[in-house]
Design a binder for this molecule. Structure first.
Ligand SMILES: C[C@H](N)C(=O)N[C@@H](Cc1c[nH]cn1)C(=O)O
Ligand SMILES: [Zn+2]
Ligand SMILES: [Zn+2]
Length: 478
């Protein structure tokens, strides 16, 4: 029997694994941390790296300047949004793929086993390095797919449009405006959107993801003394910013995860019997969660409750305190100004503006009760709305078929607790279906130390996303 183009493609990918690992190694070596001004030049370098890939593969592209941002009192140039176009055949569907080329911060001293900017492969084929799974590995698969087709002398079955940003981990600044402006220009004619920027639930079963929580990220600042002070000389005689701040942070959430901000649960969508039934059918086991977090400190003992509190109820996490003493040793200091960082993961039908109002009022009320002479401010520094898509759409049917081709299994339909600001913007501004089609596993450790992507997932993910394009081209789209 004649070999199909898809079969040729799958075989090519299988035979070129080391090339894909090498490409990921080059990308991981660029520390493109978007949240830290000191790393901004590297975010630009990563954008240039993708631009060069586009050039080498004949992808027509533009590195779109989206202006500046204010960060820590400085005006910084925002990294460009890479817009690429590959193919323009009116007889083919057009798929828009999105990903991000910025990463979370990473320091060896955080506890990494090796340099986070050097991709390290262990004996089990785990490719460890910051951005390996979030989101450099998945972004590179789109280039791997185009390259494989060129080497094989094959056309892609679809037209591809690409949108890769360098600010996703810091609120996607500049992207929403660009999408609104370009909805009827660059993005015109897009039939569906595919994003690979999340993970399987566990470590073996692939999934398609149709919902995400939103995020409201807050900075709570308390200041008093004009400079850091000696705690022996001044302790007990001045109001201490850290004392006020930690008191307030302790008033935000209970250890069992309950949010303490009055009114915060008011708009949370009610749980229907129909929705409740979904959770029991998902292939997910508590031991997989325990393995992923490397402890058994889960709040809920059942799989269903755990999934509900990850996907459909809000959570509040305390992330850190900027300005506080945190080095080794025993410095006896009273920090003069401290910034507490926390975020709320929001769910349908919570509204970001209402969240900010409720949090601000609550913290001001609680601060007033302290009777301190220090000053307090609170601001939401970035946010994203929750997103839910229609998993019955042909885009999901095509992805499910591709999953069966590559993994020989029907994927689970999942939601996820993380946030990708652009999902809802694409859905609304382009009036199109958005699909999340993950490459990595639930234990990849995105945002954590020792982030990894298994080599087998890099390879199967490249096959999956390529097979998805074939299914999109073949499916009845209405
Ligand atoms: C799910 C995606 N890969 C991701 O990690 N998103 C981030 C977005 C974000 C928002 N503020 C900072 N980063 C997340 O969910 O934390
Ligand atoms: Zn991330
Ligand atoms: Zn991501």
């Amino acid at each position: 029997m004649a070999t199909t183009n898809l079969e040729k493609f799958l075989e090519y990918v299988e035979n070129n694994q080391e090339h894909y690992v090498q490409r990921l190694r080059e990308a991981v070596a660029i520390p493109s941390v978007s949240s830290d001004a000191a790393y901004r030049e590297h975010v630009f370098k990563m954008g240039e790296y993708l631009g060069k890939l586009c050039e080498s593969l004949g992808i027509s592209y533009e590195a779109r300047d989206v202006g500046t941002q204010e960060l820590d009192g400085k005006t910084l140039q925002l990294p460009p949004i890479i817009l690429g176009t590959y193919g323009n055949d009116p007889n083919k569907p057009t798929i828009l793929v999105y990903g991000h080329y910025d990463v979370q911060p990473a320091l060896l001293e955080d506890g990494w086993s090796s340099d986070p900017w050097v991709l390290t492969e262990d004996s089990s084929g785990r490719l460890m390095g910051r951005g390996a799974t979030d989101d450099k590995g998945p972004v590179l698969t789109w280039f791997n797919i185009i390259e494989a087709h060129q080497k094989l002398g094959l056309e892609l079955p679809v037209n591809l449009k690409m949108c890769f940003e360098g600010m996703e981990e810091s609120g996607s600044e500049g992207l929403d405006e660009l999408i609104q402006q370009e909805a009827d220009k660059y993005f015109k004619g897009v039939d569906a959107v595919c994003i690979s920027d999340n993970y399987w639930l566990g470590i073996t079963k692939p999934c398609l993801t149709y919902g995400l929580r939103g995020i409201s990220y807050f900075k709570l600042t308390v200041s008093g003394p004009g400079k850091d002070l000696h705690s022996g000389v001044f302790g007990g005689t001045v109001y201490e910013p850290m004392t006020d701040l930690t008191y307030l942070m302790g008033k935000l959430v209970k250890p069992d995860g309950t949010l303490l901000v009055p009114g915060i649960y008011d708009n949370v969508a009610a749980l229907t019997e129909e929705e409740k039934a979904i959770y029991g059918k998902i292939d997910f086991k508590m031991h997989e969660l325990h393995a992923a977090v490397e402890s058994d400190t889960s709040i809920y003992s059942s799989e269903s409750e755990t999934l509900m509190y990850r996907w459909r109820y809000p959570s509040l996490s305390l992330h850190g305190i900027e300005g506080a003493f945190s080095a080794p040793g025993a410095k006896t200091v009273i920090p003069a100004k401290v910034h507490g960082k926390f975020s709320i993961r929001s769910v349908p039908n919570m509204d970001p503006e209402r969240i900010t109002e409720l949090v601000t009022k609550y913290l001001n009320d609680e601060f007033a009760k302290l009777g301190t002479k220090n000053k307090m401010t609170v601001e939401c520094i970035h946010g994203a709305k929750p997103w839910v898509s229609n998993p019955d759409h042909w885009n999901y049917v095509a992805a499910a078929k591709a999953t069966e081709t590559v993994f020989n299994v029907k994927p689970d339909l999942t939601r996820e607790g993380g946030s990708i600001p652009v999902t809802l913007t694409f859905q609304d501004a382009l009036n199109t279906n958005v699909l999340l089609l993950p490459v990595g596993r639930g234990d990849d450790g995105a945002h954590s130390i020792n982030e990894k992507l298994d080599k087998s997932n890099l390879v199967s993910g490249t096959k999956l996303l390529g097979a998805y394009l074939y299914e999109v081209a073949a499916i009845e789209r209405k």
